[in-house]
Design a protein around this ligand. Structure first.
Ligand SMILES: [Zn+2]
Length: 366
């Protein structure tokens, strides 16, 4: 039976929710199937409402002891299975949900137009420049929820993947996903790690948690630890919302309006996606990503030296310019800051990553 990861909320859970595996069975929703804490919520105990950013998600609420708990079904497949598995006793609630969903979406479109007009006014008054300023981008980004950022990211990724050849599931993708997931344990984003077949030495992060690494980067690396350094750095561009802020800077108010009202013109997604690979971050953001990435590596018990060796080796290479270096210029300062941070973080427990590097490279060369 299919398992899904959903966001759940309740007493003792962080405000932006916790990812929980579930299964939808004829007898109800099974939380954490197969784990010692497995728990079945009978359908009769559930209250169904519309949830999520655009109200097209199914929110299930139940009470346990004194507390109220809920989870959100947003995966289309999970919703479909829930709708087809739920017993007739839930039919009135589900009919309500359908009605509410279509009403909210109609309302959002109308509200969206009004909001867009309101937001256009200051623009017409010549304040357009403000939207480019750091302060305003920061202000706007703080008003965007993780959930809508993740939705935006999904759209961007769907668009971006049209130009990418993703590597099929295999040893290399598994390695990247396993390493990446070590950094995503406490993240408010549903991180997804992809490998694209492309000889370019590059990697990029999409707002909301999609990270794409090119095979060229893996081939240029000498160890899984070197790749891990890049992945941790890219994860921090997502976590610190650098990617989102970058989009707002690059594309201005349209991104903010679209994110706040949940309405995307097809053109703006395409344009946004085209910016992804060339998005440049400020020096402060780069060093923030470096330093925070080290904390992620330490928590994941991965040797951080890969971060220094990879960049210093690449910088010595001659020939075609390396995109990763144009966005991440290796400098004495940068390496020094990384070394200092490693020292500051204190004793470092590191276990070698369990991948046969020669084998990974051999597979890529095939
Ligand atoms: Zn970076």
């Amino acid at each position: 039976m299919e398992r899904f990861e959903v966001l759940s909320f309740g007493p003792g859970i962080r405000p932006h929710g916790e990812r929980t595996p579930i299964r939808i069975a004829p007898e109800g929703v099974v939380l954490r199937p197969g784990e010692p804490t497995e728990e079945t919520l009978p359908f009769e105990a559930l209250r169904v409402t519309a949830g999520g950013f655009d109200h097209n998600q199914i929110a299930l609420t139940w009470t346990k002891g004194e507390g109220i708990w809920s989870l959100i079904l947003s995966d289309p497949r999970a919703k479909e299975i829930f709708l087809t598995t739920a017993p007739p006793s839930l039919a009135p609630q589900l009919a309500q949900w359908r009605k509410r969903t279509s009403r909210v979406q109609r309302g959002m479109r109308l509200g969206g137009i009004l909001l867009a007009l309101l937001l256009l006014l200051p623009l017409l008054l010549g304040l357009a420049l403000w939207w480019k300023s750091d302060v305003l981008a920061e202000w706007a980004v703080h008003r965007i929820s993780y959930a809508s950022e993740a939705q935006f990211g999904n759209l961007l990724f769907e668009q971006a993947r049209l130009d990418l050849t993703l590597l099929p599931e295999g040893e290399t993708t598994k390695m990247v996903q396993e390493i990446g997931n070590r950094f995503a344990k406490e993240a408010p984003y549903p991180f997804q790690w992809h490998v694209a077949e492309d000889p370019t030495i590059n990697a990029f992060a999409i707002p909301g948690g999609h990270v794409v690494v090119f095979t060229g980067l893996i081939e240029a690396a000498d160890s899984a630890e070197e790749v891990a350094g890049v992945l941790a750095h890219e994860a921090e561009h997502v976590l610190q919302r650098h990617s989102l802020k970058g989009m707002v800077h690059q594309l201005g108010w349209r991104v903010v309006v679209a994110l706040l009202i949940g309405e995307w013109g097809g053109g703006s997604v395409g344009e946004a996606a085209a910016q992804l690979q060339v998005l440049k971050f400020g020096r402060d953001q780069e060093s923030e990503a470096d330093l925070k990435a080290l904390a992620l590596l330490k928590k994941a018990e991965i040797d951080p030296k890969g971060m220094i060796t990879f960049f210093s080796r690449l910088s010595k290479e001659e020939g075609v310019p390396i995109p990763l270096l144009s966005t991440h210029p290796p400098s004495a300062d940068r390496a020094e800051a990384i070394r200092a941070e490693i020292k500051r973080l204190g004793p470092w427990k590191a276990k070698p990553l369990p991948y046969d590097w020669n084998q990974i490279k051999k597979k890529l060369a095939e």
